[in-house]
Design a binder for this molecule. Structure first.
Ligand SMILES: *[C@@H]1O[C@H](CO)[C@@H](O)[C@H](O)[C@H]1NC(C)=O
Ligand SMILES: *[C@@H]1O[C@H](CO)[C@@H](O)[C@H](O)[C@H]1NC(C)=O
Length: 610
């Protein structure tokens, strides 16, 4: 009753505001692109003297940080009969939830920019046709929630003061990059190098699921082993380095064939270039290298969807049969083209974060395909701790259970440490609560279509509502209230539970071969899921399970995202994440090989050990 009254009042107030922001599609774009639809996002940032005026505009600013920009979003369609949309009163905003709140602030100047994230109609088997983001990947391979996919329409920034009308024109388009993609080898689309090869297939499983309504291409970037041509009879194991979409081959650090000319230990781009060169020189050395006797096909894969830059490489209702397509179509094709051994004992996995989850999921859900896995800083490997949230016990994902208090669950702390040359101090400073992360996504796109991280998790793990075509929410995006029926469905993807349930069948498969690492203070609280994985395993099967768990600290202090295991420099100091993220290959692949050799079936083909 009270709620209804408040709603009425605020509706009356903001009806006034609703006339003030108009978004028009320019005639030129209408002519070039025809009818367009998608998510309109209006971004605001405060104009400050110290802010870089050459920056690309508020739509590119501070998406992840404490000091975020302001955004309001709504769905719209533009056509010849409807070239202008008004920001509706009920448009979702973040951090301020309603435009009326921003409009009521003191009259300082804002830089404002609007974008239209494009949608297209997608048909999926058994689901109604649904408008979904055309892409969640930007030209340079970044996640489309933060960077901008090709075809995004946007305005030039304008200056605005609250209380005055705001008219924005969608006049610019991010061009189609397909012809200018850097390609796996970084030499241009479809241009391979001697070492790096591109494999593209049209997946029949995905074509069928999507009824040809969206691109069903899967791409693998393959690094050939040293001696591939000279050892023309050799057959090779395969290492799948899981991770986010990347137009170029990047298995954890780059592969750079030329010695870098820079020499600045404080410049991370320079440091990474050197490690890219170390990978090249280690990979291509005949001897005295960690890769000696460990000649393998090293593979990264690209499988972006309309929900995220990555499908999570399993079968899911919303995204479709990506696991099946990768296991049955893409990997066999890579092995067919490049003399892969094609057997589970000689395939391994490694990856961090999204790639960490995938590496654990592949090991547990596809046990015949793989026999070794390093899952670093993985996304939630059990949902008793989905980041900071206990999905099984809490009533609300945004607050801990309590009779009288309302303590928010945290979402992001301290910051990402993968590119800061040294450690990030683990003070536990909260950058965003879990609620704030979700509300920002709600502004970027409702119905789970923000291309953001929390929406992506729901698209992978939740069932789809067959009347709307959208993934059901495990928790209400606005209020946080958890839906236990949806969470029940998530158990299919609760990797700890699946492992424990199938323990008799899987125990030999994982003992000594499944490895977890997470920073003691992972930025996204992903260490919690790993702790709970270990706890559930030990409570269920005892201490003698053979799965390893490494929690990262330096000088007794926690490490952030994305710790992948300990490595030390010459003085014995623990290397920060920014360095170890560049050395996955040299550190992990030799351990994998050792395990394969120890566990190979009798008479196994060892022609790759040179
Ligand atoms: C998709 O395309 C393939 C190849 O053109 C065709 O054989 C198939 O029937 C199509 N499927 C649907 C559902 O349209
Ligand atoms: C391998 O890489 C290390 C750096 O990690 C480098 O110091 C060493 O020289 C490289 N060895 C070869 C044979 O390329």
């Amino acid at each position: 009753m009270l709620l209804a009254l408040v709603t009425l009042l605020s509706f009356a107030n903001a009806a006034l505001a609703s006339t003030e922001v108009t978004v028009k599609l320019s005639d030129k774009i209408l002519e070039e692109e025809g009818d367009v639809n998608g998510r309109v996002r209006v971004y605001f940032s405060i104009i400050k003297p110290d802010r870089d005026s050459s920056s690309k505009g508020p739509m590119y600013e501070n998406a992840d940080e404490q000091d975020t920009n302001q955004v309001f979003g709504f769905d719209a369609r533009f056509s010849t009969t409807s070239t202008t949309s008004e920001l509706p009163e009920e448009a979702y905003g973040y951090p301020l939830s309603r435009f009326a709140d921003l409009n009521a602030l003191p009259a300082q100047s804002y830089s404002v920019q609007v974008e239209l994230a494009r949608f297209k109609e997608v048909r999926r088997q058994g689901l109604p046709p649904t408008f979904l983001p055309t892409s969640c990947v930007s030209k340079d391979g970044s996640n489309g929630a933060y960077e901008k996919p090709d075809g995004t329409i946007y305005s030039k920034p304008v200056v605005w003061k609250p209380g005055t009308p705001l008219a924005l024109t969608l006049s610019e388009v991010i061009p189609d990059s397909t012809p200018s993609s850097r390609g796996c080898a970084g030499l241009g689309d479809g241009v391979d190098s001697d070492w790096i090869k591109t494999v593209r297939i049209t997946s029949s499983a995905l074509s069928e699921f999507y009824q040809n309504s969206t691109d069903a291409t899967l791409e693998a970037c393959v690094l050939l082993p040293f001696g591939f041509d000279d050892h023309s009879d050799a057959k090779y194991p395969l290492v799948l380095a899981n991770g986010h979409y990347n137009p170029t081959f990047n298995p954890g650090g780059e592969f750079i064939e030329e010695k870098p000319e820079c020499n600045d230990p404080d410049d991370y781009a320079c440091v990474s270039a050197w490690y890219g060169y170390y990978l090249f020189s280690n990979w291509t050395a005949p001897s005295s290298t960690p890769m000696e006797n460990a000649r393998v096909l090293l593979v990264t894969i690209n499988h972006p969807t309309s929900f995220f830059d990555d499908s999570y490489a399993v079968d899911s209702q919303a995204m479709g049969p990506y696991g099946t397509a990768i296991m049955n179509e893409l990997i066999p094709e890579v092995e067919r083209r490049f003399r892969g051994l094609g057997e589970g004992w000689a395939r391994g996995l490694m990856g961090g974060s999204t790639g960490g989850w995938e590496s654990a999921a592949h090991m547990i859900l596809y046990p015949d395909m793989f026999s070794y896995s390093l899952a670093a800083c993985p996304d939630s490997v059990t949902f008793s701790r989905h980041t900071s949230v206990n999905m099984y016990e809490q009533d609300n994902a945004y607050y801990y259970n309590s009779d009288f208090k309302r303590t928010p669950t945290p979402g992001y702390r301290d910051g990402y440490s993968g590119q800061s040359i040294d450690y990030v101090f683990p003070a536990g400073d909260i950058i965003s609560t879990f609620r704030e992360m979700n509300l920002r996504e709600l502004a970027l796109g409702d119905n789970g279509l923000s291309c953001g991280q929390c929406d992506a998790w729901e698209a992978v793990w939740s069932p789809v509502d067959t009347s709307t075509g959208y993934a059901k929410r495990a928790y209400d995006k606005e209020t946080g209230v958890i839906d236990n029926d949806v969470v029940e469905y998530w158990k299919k993807y609760d990797l700890a539970r699946v492992l424990v349930d199938r323990w008799d069948e899987l125990k030999d498969h994982v003992a000594g071969k499944l490895h977890f690492a997470a920073g003691g203070s992972d930025s996204f609280y992903l260490n919690n899921g790993v702790y709970d994985f270990q706890r559930l395993l030990e409570e269920s099967v005892g201490l003698d399970h053979g799965v390893t768990f490494t929690y990262g600290a330096h000088d007794g202090l926690g490490m952030q995202h994305c710790f992948r295991g300990y490595e030390y420099d010459q003085e014995g100091k623990v290397q920060p994440n920014s360095i170890t993220r560049l050395t996955y290959v040299q550190d992990v692949v030799p351990k994998m090989v050792e395990s394969w050799v120890a566990n190979a079936p009798e008479g196994a083909d060892m022609s790759w050990r040179y």
